[in-house]
Design a protein around this ligand. Structure first.
Ligand SMILES: *Cc1c(COP(=O)(O)O)cnc(C)c1O
Length: 424
């Protein structure tokens, strides 16, 4: 007779033995059950760690990509006490109000629009505009702008979902105003609006022609411009040194409206530097039509997001880039980055100070880089750095790990020192 095999530990005892993972008991039980089911109870702690690693935690972005889509795009400050807010309450009248009134005014003022509303992201903004203004009708889009932005945002599919019909205009590389006019006057077409889309994350070069908003504005149908990145104003009044050289050619909300667009839509968490949200701004009657649409209820943002976006827009209107983390990082001087990098290397006793290049990120400004300063360590150390608490996310180039100081909040330099000291 063979020896009786050791009884597996009880789920409960194993779950309690991994309580130091910090996970609530039910999740320790899940880890224990899975380890026992796999026939290897000793794996319970590892499984618990992988459950913990999937929870949402603050991380240090040392990648050099400022608005890193995988790291929540633009970093924003959120420091509110648990208090009620006048989200839908008019303090002057004591009556019910709209969550859009206050934020709409701030955005409209910043971009020079009559009015503005906020939804959950720019994909929602485009969907809402098309559903509210073109349901059952035709929308003219240049073949060169019928784009996919990433993460499943494809213009033809968004149009289909909205109930509007896509009318392709022009060719992939060249679309002239005459092509739009032909689509508008063609018998059988019922063009409700022209949609111009900024092909944010790619660029076509060579024999290329697109129709500027100024010309589209003369067609006699509303022009909606999805400008994508949410650059507020091409004059950058919030930056003391004026337009940054790396951002040439990015469309801005204010100038697109001045050029004659009836509406613009954009993301709040790309170059705007706010929380995840989408904006529809422009003619008051069209904004009101969007706000009245039944989809608005499903797409409306919560009070946390609106409070954060309020703060961001107040910073713009106060012309104070230092309180918008995206712009503070994007415009940090090389001397200050080098000073910080040198201090980090000296304190950690490892690594060296190197020149590197940051990216604005969020699928905007393809090819644009910002000169930066980093700390380099030989070899790929990214896994160890990810396991640090808080996790440090770095990048590897030619078997050298680089931590780019531009995207690291100066308050986290100590974290970097600690993480580097803990490397073998
Ligand atoms: C990024 C982008 C979108 C999608 O915006 P989200 O806020 O990520 O939903 C749509 N259109 C354009 C042109 C973009 O650049």
């Amino acid at each position: 007779m063979s020896e009786p095999t050791a009884r597996p530990p009880s789920v409960d005892a194993l779950a309690r033995s991994i309580s130091s993972s910090g996970l609530p008991h039910p999740l320790c039980v899940d880890a224990a059950r899975q380890a026992i089911a796999e026939g290897d109870p000793s794996r319970a702690a590892d499984i618990a760690n992988s459950i913990a690693a999937a929870l949402l935690v603050p991380v240090v972005n040392a990648t050099g990509v400022i608005a890193h889509t995988n790291l929540g795009r633009s970093p924003v400050r959120v420091d509110r006490a648990p208090r009620a807010q006048n989200l839908e309450f008019d303090l002057s009248s004591g009556q019910r109000g709209s969550r859009q009134t206050g934020i709409g005014r701030l955005i409209a003022r910043a971009v020079g629009a009559e009015d503005a509303i906020v939804v959950n992201n720019n994909a929602a903004a485009v969907l809402l505009v098309l559903a509210a203004l073109a349901d059952g009708r035709d929308v003219a889009v240049s073949r060169g702008e019928s784009v996919e932005i990433g993460g499943g945002f494809r213009i033809p599919e968004v149009l289909e979902q909205s109930g509007a019909r896509l009318v392709d205009v022009g060719t992939t590389n060249r679309t002239r105003v005459a092509d739009y006019r032909k689509a508008i006057t063609k018998r059988g077409n019922d063009i409700a609006l022209v949609l111009k889309v900024h092909p944010s994350n790619y660029r076509v070069e060579g024999f290329v022609e697109t129709t500027p908003v100024e010309q589209l504005a003369e067609l006699g149908v509303p022009v909606v411009a999805d400008i994508g990145s949410g650059l507020i104003d091409a004059n950058f009044p919030w930056l003391t040194d004026g337009p940054p050289a790396w951002l040439a050619g990015e469309p801005a909300a204010r100038q697109t409206l001045t050029a004659g667009a009836d509406l613009v839509t954009f993301s709040a968490d790309k170059l705007l530097g706010g929380p995840q949200a989408g904006v529809v701004a422009g003619r008051a009657d069209l904004v009101a039509q969007c706000a009245r649409h039944p989809l608005m209820r499903a797409l409306r943002p919560g009070g946390l997001v609106l409070a954060s976006l309020h703060d961001t827009m107040l910073s713009y209107l106060s012309r104070d880039a230092s309180t918008i983390p995206f712009w503070r990082m994007a415009t940090a001087g090389l001397d200050s980055l080098r000073t910080r990098a040198t201090a980090v290397v000296n304190a950690a006793g490892v690594g060296s100070v190197v020149e590197c290049a940051s990216l604005p990120g969020a699928g905007s400004t393809p090819g644009a880089t910002i000169a930066s300063i980093g700390v380099a360590i030989d070899g790929d150390r990214t896994e160890r750095l990810r396991r640090h608490s808080p996790p440090v996310i770095a990048r590897v180039s030619d078997d050298v790990t680089i931590l780019d100081l531009r995207t690291i909040d100066p308050d986290d330099d100590d974290v970097i020192v600690d993480a580097l000291r803990s490397l073998d």
